[in-house]
Design a protein around this ligand. Sequence first.
Ligand code: TYC
Length: 95
Amino acid sequence: MVLERRTQRIRPPQMYQVVLLNDDYTPMEFVVVVIQEFFNKDRETATQIMLKIHLDGKGICGVYTRDVAATKVDQVIEAAHKAGHPLQCVSEPVE
Ligand code: TYC
């Protein structure tokens, strides 16, 4: 049996940050609830993230592997659409 020493055989997966975008119409309370429910943040953290988005135009809500990030984006957009809000959500590779 031959055991080869290999370095760097596996790499950690590319991670994706899920970003919410500001708009003028989605209620602040709705955004806070979305961040709490889909990104598992407590109310205080969710409120801070929402205010950052409101002031800066966008904000990171969480960092996930590709498929999980894509699912989060779909869930947020569907919840916003159902509620009649234009809230937008995207994922982008980290680094
Ligand atoms: N700007 C919105 C308002 O004043 C609130 C808001 C915050 C909307 C964050 C979207 O991702 C968002 N009602």
